[in-house]
Ligand binder design. Structure first.
Ligand code: PLP
Length: 387
């Protein structure tokens, strides 16, 4: 490998995070959400790591499910027994449901569960199962306040009356919380209450919680929980919230490929947006926005180097970043402690990971750990480790 930038993915950390979430989940069945290539960590590797420990997987849309089946979770549908007992055949829930009627036929061999959130899906899926004389495997999504996908709660009775062909022992009623990760819990509680109230006179299995719901709201831990971001070691809550300690999964590492001293007053990078307030030493690191490091990361966004945090300075380029490492040299000349090693070409830089929490970096950039992780591009090799 000629380029030192890589994402180290710690699969042992995924298992430890799963343990912590599981300890909270009680009797709920566990769904591992592996959409968006498992939030950038690699869906195949993540699915293979936890397939024996979860009840099912979830992805956003059909293509993601098929890719997973072809590479990790083969759907051996030769017998009902194989479906139930083999971890590799665990069902995959399609969170957005079908995008077009042809999806139902295209997914037929893959042991999928379809979310229904629109009336056209109900009609198209009914037509599909009638045509192929197969059993419906549908979850029904209700919009209890997120206002993104789902039927109005008042539609439940009509649904049951008009689509009896879709209702069977596989039916699950689901909703999604808009504010489970917000400090103010009122919105989430209102959504949960509203949903449980309309389901009161029925006996359907229920699925409400995402990671934040599973960690924080006992009432959201129903028959199933959908575990995403927390598996990957980024807390869904804001930095100050210590409700759960998770292990970082992705460490985005690189190395210093150039170092230079510049005089006070000189500028760094495209647009000359950062001017050195003193004589400075600038370290250049070969990772940039083409790798998914956000271009809008401002001066001051931290990275880790030789046991210290160093600030990004100047604009993010397509393939490179520049950091002000002057403070490291000062510390080392002051001989503060052995750990202040002067930076040299070849020294490791970590953009986020086991030495620098991803959420801390995200806060500087004005985003969340979810976006940083999912946007690391295919150009960055993933290296899988177990510790
Ligand atoms: C992505 C997603 C999840 C997982 O959410 P996390 O916050 O990552 O745990 C759960 N449910 C739905 C509907 C989703 O789209």
């Amino acid at each position: 490998m000629t380029r030192p930038s890589q994402a180290i993915i710690n699969l042992s950390a995924v298992n430890r995070n799963f343990d912590k979430l599981s300890a909270l989940a009680g009797n709920s069945k566990r769904i591992a959400v592996v959409k968006a290539d498992a939030y950038g960590n690699g869906a195949v590797a993540i699915a293979n790591t936890i397939k024996d420990r979860v009840d099912m997987f979830a992805v956003a849309f059909l293509d993601e499910a098929i890719a997973l089946r072809e590479n990790a979770l083969s759907a051996d549908t030769s017998s009902e027994d194989a479906l139930n007992s083999h971890a590799s055949t665990k069902p995959i829930l399609i969170l957005q449901g079908a995008h077009e009627a042809a999806d139902y036929a295209a997914g037929a061999a893959h042991n999928l569960i379809w979310v229904m959130h629109s009336e056209w899906q109900l009609a198209a899926y009914r037509a599909h199962i009638q045509q192929h004389s197969c059993q419906a495997r549908a979850w029904f999504k209700f919009d209890t306040g997120m206002h993104r996908l789902g039927f109005s709660p008042s539609y439940l009775d009509t649904l049951l009356l008009d689509y009896p062909e879709l209702i069977n022992e596989h039916s699950v009623m689901m909703t999604h919380l808009a504010c489970a990760d917000e400090p103010n819990q009122g919105h989430a509680v209102a959504q949960i209450d509203r949903f449980l109230e309309i389901l009161q006179q029925h006996n359907f299995p229920v699925c409400i919680a995402n990671s934040a719901g599973n960690i924080r709201f006992q009432q959201a831990r129903q028959d199933y929980v959908r575990l995403g971001i927390a598996l990957y070691g980024s807390s869904p809550f804001n930095l100050a919230d210590q409700s759960i300690q998770l292990d970082p999964v992705m460490s985005l590492n690189s190395k210093i490929i150039a170092l230079r001293s510049i005089p006070k007053g000189d500028c760094v990078g495209y647009g000359a947006t950062w001017r050195a307030p003193q004589d400075s030493v600038i370290a250049t690191v070969p990772i940039g926005y083409a790798d998914g490091y956000p271009r809008h990361a401002p001066t001051g966004t931290p990275a880790w180097c030789n046991g210290q945090l160093v600030p990004l300075v100047g604009r993010v380029s397509m393939d490179m970043l520049t950091f002000d490492v002057t403070a490291l040299l000062k510390h080392s000349s002051a001989k503060a402690a052995g750990e202040f090693e002067p930076p040299q070409i070849g020294h490791a830089i970590q953009l986020w990971g086991d030495k620098l929490p991803i959420n801390q970096v995200a806060e500087h950039i004005g985003t969340i750990g979810y976006e940083l992780m999912t946007r690391i591009s295919k150009r960055v090799p993933r290296l899988y480790i177990k510790d």
